[in-house]
Design a binder for this molecule. Structure first.
Ligand code: PLP
Length: 448
């Protein structure tokens, strides 16, 4: 053991003096050395560390110059800031507190998907391919990798009835980014968003400096006057669950045409239907009036930060000009991996498996909670929404949280709508966790 808890590494390419200075600096920051602590004599420290004295002197000189140490001729060297030192007034750097271990909650929200681990081999292959490919030397195509756009276009045609080609698809960092890019090229007028509705969309619209108008979530839209756009979730109203009826779709598109507004279709989890086939995208009704936003967050993982947009032709030039300026596209490795995941059938396979799991879990959730609450809409995707008095919902949510599960309050999705209840997801937990969480919710609801 040296006179300081320091070890130098001769395999480290950094000079020994630099290593020593870095280590002492860190000791001061971590509280291992306190202001006023005396540093060992350079000769002794050099001997302890097995280095020449000039290495220690070089490190001390550096730290003296930076103000971490101070020295008095003939008296030695101290950590700065101690009593009597020149920098006595210096506050001692706060000892970094290790955050108390936070118990991880099992997410039973609307957005955590179940991903079948049996498909992990393709996932690994995708990243191996990324690691052996050569990244582009400069900024990449701001629209997204051409091969990725072609694969997304093919999949949109096959799964969403949306006949588009690669030139109409733009790769985004998810739904939020897709909305931000559209807002960048739309008039600075209010945007109508469903109420209750997707909170991230509300926040994104507000961040753009626009007012959010409330669209009652289950009513036909007859008025978009003065709005730049209407943001809707027609395949699976978020969070009430309803599929927008065909008649309401026609009314919405006709209203948008008449009032000169764009419809923004958030198609976040449309593939996860298990009662009927996925309803075709709203954008199939009018590609020039409806901008389509898709995401990999539900099929693969929200942490991938990847999505895609189909942008009306009239907006494309301005949209592309904005993106080439901001370079706001997903990182190349993520796009490159997604090419493999789509090409080798990973996305289709995880969607198929997850659909089966959700189809099995949804009735379990319904059977457990139905005696206590009313379903807000049909169950699809990876969550169910339950209407109940707010106070009961709050108590049930608190009980779930104490047991380690996070469910959401319906009130948190509402702006002017007066709805209350719980949003209970079933993609995040394991089977055993789901049973446990349902038992906790049932017991809390039974008592209140
Ligand atoms: C309504 C809705 N839209 C979109 C998303 C996905 O957003 P992103 O693609 O930005 O992850 C979610 C995720 O929870 C959602 O609930």
């Amino acid at each position: 053991m040296s006179t300081l808890p320091v070890r130098l590494d001769r395999a480290d390419p950094r000079p020994l003096g630099t290593q020593l200075a870095d280590r002492v600096r860190q000791l001061v920051l971590d509280g291992g050395l306190a202001p006023g602590d005396r540093m060992p004599a350079s000769r002794r420290l050099a001997a302890d560390l097995g280095v020449s004295r000039s290495v220690v002197e070089q490190a001390f000189d550096q730290l003296l110059a930076e103000g971490w140490l101070e020295a008095r001729r003939g008296a030695g060297t101290w950590v700065a800031g101690g009593p009597g030192g020149r920098a006595a007034g210096l506050a001692r750097p706060a000892r970094r507190r290790t955050p108390r271990a936070e118990r991880e909650l099992v997410m039973m929200d609307a957005g955590t998907p179940w991903v079948d681990p049996r498909h992990a081999a393709v996932w690994r292959r995708a990243w191996r391919e990324v690691s052996s490919a050569t990244p582009p030397r400069g900024y990449d195509d701001p629209r997204g990798l051409p091969e990725l756009r072609a694969l997304v276009a093919e999949r949109l045609g096959r799964t969403r009835g949306l006949a588009v080609d690669a030139d109409q698809v733009r790769v985004t960092s998810g739904t939020g980014a897709g909305l931000r890019h559209l807002l960048a090229v739309l008039p600075r007028e209010p945007v109508a968003v469903e109420d209750p509705g997707y909170r991230a969309a509300v926040a994104t619209v507000r961040e753009s400096g626009r007012e959010v108008r409330d669209l009652p979530a289950l009513e036909p839209v007859h008025d978009l006057a003065g709005c730049a756009a209407a943001y809707v979730t027609p395949a699976h109203q978020h969070p009430l669950g309803r599929v927008m009826p065909a008649a309401d779709r026609l009314v919405l598109v006709a209203t948008a045409r008449r009032d000169g507004a764009l419809v923004v279709e958030d198609d976040y989890d449309s593939e996860f239907r298990y009662d009927v086939a996925p309803v075709p995208a709203l954008a199939t009704l009018d590609r020039e009036r409806v901008a389509y936003l898709g995401t990999a967050s539900k099929a693969i993982s929200p942490s991938l930060r990847l999505g895609w947009s189909v942008v009306p032709d009239a907006l494309l030039d301005a949209y592309d000009a904005h993106r080439s300026l901001t370079h706001d596209a997903p990182a190349w490795p993520v796009q490159r991996a997604m090419v493999t995941l789509l090409r080798d059938g990973y996305v289709d396979a995880v969607v198929r498996s997850a659909r089966r799991v959700y189809a099995e879990r949804a009735p379990r959730v319904v059977a457990a909670l139905e005696p206590f609450a009313e379903l807000a809409g049909p169950v699809a995707g990876m969550y169910s929404t339950w209407l109940l008095p707010h106070a009961r919902a709050v108590r049930a949510r608190a009980a779930a949280e104490r047991a380690g599960f996070r469910v959401n309050l319906l009130r948190d999705y509402c702006r002017t709508a007066r709805l209350s209840g719980l949003v209970v997801g079933f993609g995040g937990p394991s089977d055993a966790e789901l049973d446990q969480a349902l038992a906790v919710l049932v017991s809390a609801l039974d008592r209140s």
